[in-house]
Design a protein around this ligand. Structure first.
Ligand code: ADP
Ligand code: MG
Length: 679
């Protein structure tokens, strides 16, 4: 029997070779093919000239009123020009170096040209000649992402035959109530209209339906994770000693901010409750997350549990060790460090002590999640900068204990739009306030020729006993990118500041070398640290007051914000200087925003708007899913509606047993999943 999930080779015209090429586009089944939507449509409709913006890419259709003329110029360059009657006007059309198109331009025949509109000259620079309406049969031609092996026309034909053979098998899986409530186009009709809309409105309603569908499916999965974390997995009751905890917080050298108090309470409530904690702690750089981590680790220890803190780099692990030892040891908590460079003998001892319970808290890198690391009674796991850890690594660490409570900390403020998408299965606590008395960091943007002036100014800071970071984007000279070489800058600075010590830190160094350099810098035996972005996360040197970033436009806002957060950690006024000659509008915009705000949440929202969710955080590991059609910024309202509906359904006890949700259940779970989950 035919099924929509049949392999794509079952379609006529698809042999093993073509199937392989289609697989490169991620298309394995007929359903994949039918759901491979165009990323845009060529609009072959009449458009009034007055409605076209300058430089807009459009399709103009009209009668050829003057034949094509080819003229040659320069070295092997040519230009093909002709005239087109469109919307009662005669338009000049020019194609560069495509003289071979001349034959397609026939006097008094209709033609459609895709190109860029020059409003001043009333002319079109042609990019492509399209089939006329009579050929394609519609005003909209779908345009797909293709590769060298599969052409647009091939894909269109395959999709057409896919619909002919399998179109009737497309089933609705959204609950009928939602289809009605949101007036959604039925699935079969929507999938077809995504490819071959007859009019613009069709394509819009089809998109609305498909976007809702993909957001809803995603939110259902998020809510399922949440359900599994909370309802199914038995959590620990960490009955900490309230009195001891009070004593601990009162012993701190400062009063907690209201936000710190609030999040500490939220976390402590989770610890105490028997449900499993799965919480994200967000707070801008310097908002005081480490102290909160110390408090809740101490809480776990007072209840007889062990705690683990996992961080992405050895430098960070070292630093956290320092702060936590300071805070925790006076209260008789035994803290140890476990990283990749822990010596064998020491490592063996630490493993023993973790296993027999002599160690209370361990801080470490990935070394914490190796097989032979065992805990006696792991109760709380905290990961810092969680987006750098893969889901699997977190899972392994979690499995080391009897399902310990888990807290993820991140200094990368995530706009709410992203938070509910990427971390929708978690509870979220936010520290939205900085400790009192901080002097805001002053940020300046200068052009490269002003560098010398900046360096002269910086000397004053150095003479006053302060330190500075200088950040360069890459370590190796890459001619194509024209990026400044960190070593070169290092040498330049050495020459510029003969009376100060300059150090160099980069990603290619061994951990131990890095460590030594960081220590030298921390101890102020070195005043200037030239570095690539390895220091991006978390280092704390309060005496450093200047952050100088070279080629700053090459960094995303999130990274710039992180880098800037390295200064302004002491009581002195601090500065961030961005040296940049941005190559485009976006680069300039980023520099401007940086000088205008130091609020991480504002910056991250801007970043999201400017770069789009896919590029956010500069990587795809951020845990933010890629949607085929929906855009979590532009379609935020739909995302939110989909979330509310998913929450409502998961709120129904055993919803999967309801006949109304049968097709939804079948869509979300295959047979084995269903069995594991519902039994
Ligand atoms: P984060 O980890 O969020 O970047 P930290 O925990 O490193 O921030 O805190 C930054 C600095 O602020 C540290 O030196 C810390 O001791 C200090 N700090 C934290 N909380 C407070 C507070 N409530 N009042 C004053 N200083 C604080
Ligand atoms: Mg608990």
């Amino acid at each position: 029997m035919k099924k929509i999930t049949d392999p794509i080779v079952t379609l006529p015209g698809v042999g093993p070779k073509r199937a392989e090429n289609l697989l490169e586009l991620g298309l394995a089944t007929v359903e994949d093919l039918l759901a491979y939507y165009p990323f845009r449509y060529d609009d072959i409709q009449e458009k009034k000239i007055a409605e076209i913006a300058d430089q807009e890419k459009v399709v103009l259709k009209g009668l050829v009123v003057a034949e094509g003329v080819v003229s040659h110029y320069g070295y092997r360059k040519n230009r093909l020009s002709f005239r087109l009657m469109h919307d009662h006007a005669v338009i000049n059309v020019t194609f560069f170096n495509q003289a071979y198109l001349k034959d397609k331009i026939v006097l008094a025949e209709e033609i459609a040209v895709y190109g860029k509109w020059d409003a001043k000259r009333k002319a079109l620079t042609g990019m492509k000649i399209l089939g006329s309406r009579d050929e394609s049969g519609a005003d909209f031609a779908p345009i797909y992402h293709v590769n060298k092996k599969i052409r647009q026309a091939t894909l269109v034909n395959l999709i057409k035959s896919g619909f002919a053979e399998y179109g009737d098998l497309i089933e609705e899986w959204l609950p009928a109530a939602l289809v009605t409530k949101y007036r959604l186009m039925p699935r079969q009709e929507a999938m077809r209209a995504m490819h071959f809309p007859e009019k613009a409105e069709d394509s819009l309603s089809a998109r609305r339906r498909i976007i809702f569908e993909e957001f809803f499916e995603f939110q259902m999965q998020m809510q399922q994770l949440r359900y599994q974390e909370k309802e199914i997995s038995q959590g620990l009751e960490i009955l900490y000693d309230v009195e001891k905890l009070k004593e601990f917080t009162q012993g701190l050298p400062f009063e907690l901010t209201a936000a710190q108090k609030r999040v500490t309470n939220e976390i402590c409530r989770d610890l105490r409750s028997a449900t499993h904690m799965h919480r994200l702690l967000q707070g801008d750089v310097g908002s005081g997350k480490t102290v909160v981590a110390a408090i809740v680790l101490y809480a776990a220890v007072t209840a007889g549990f062990q705690g683990a803190l996992m961080v992405p780099t050895e430098i960070l692990a070292e630093q956290h060790l320092e702060s936590l030892v300071d805070l925790l040891e006076p209260f008789n908590v035994i803290v140890a460090l476990l990283t990749g460079s822990t010596k064998t003998k020491e490592r063996r001892e630490i493993l023993e002590q973790l296993a027999d319970g002599r160690l209370d808290v361990v801080i470490g890198t990935h070394a914490l999640i190796q097989k032979d690391v065992e805990f006696k009674r792991l109760g709380l796991v905290i990961t810092d900068e969680q987006h750098r850890f893969g889901v699997n690594q977190r899972k392994i660490l979690r499995e080391k204990g009897a399902n310990p409570d888990v807290l993820f900390m991140t200094a990368t403020p995530i706009p709410r739009t992203l938070a509910i998408t990427a971390y929708g299965e978690m509870d979220v606590s936010i520290i939205d306030e900085l400790p009192k008395g901080r002097i805001p960091i002053e940020t300046r943007w200068v052009r490269p020729p002003q560098l010398e002036t900046v360096l002269t100014w910086m000397e004053k800071e150095l003479k006053a006993g302060r330190q500075a970071y200088v950040i360069c984007p890459l370590i190796e000279e890459s001619e194509s990118l024209d990026v400044k070489n960190a070593t070169e800058i290092y040498e330049t600075l050495q020459a510029f500041y003969p009376h100060h010590q300059v150090g160099l830190l980069h990603g290619k160094m061994k951990p131990q070398e890095k460590e030594e350099i960081m220590t030298t810098f921390k101890e102020n035996k070195m005043q200037i640290l030239v570095s690539t972005t390895v220091i991006e996360v978390g280092v704390n040197v309060p005496n450093a007051t200047t952050m100088l970033i070279m080629d700053a436009d090459r960094f995303g806002l999130a990274t710039l914000h992180q880098l800037r957060g390295r200064v302004g950690r002491g009581s002195q006024a601090s500065y961030c200087v961005l040296v940049a000659n941005p190559k485009n509008e976006m680069g300039s915009e980023r520099m401007k925003i940086m000088t205008e705000t130091t609020d991480g949440f504002v910056l991250s929202q801007k970043d999201l708007e400017m770069r789009g969710p896919g590029e956010f955080f500069g990587s795809r590991q951020s845990g933010i899913p890629q949607f085929a059609v929906g855009d979590i910024v532009a379609d935020f309202a739909t995302l939110e509606a989909a979330r509310q509906e998913a929450v409502a359904i998961w709120g129904i006890e055993k919803w999967w047993q309801e006949p109304d949700y049968l097709s939804l259940k079948n869509r979300l779970f295959d047979e084995t999943q269903a069995k594991n989950f519902f039994d």
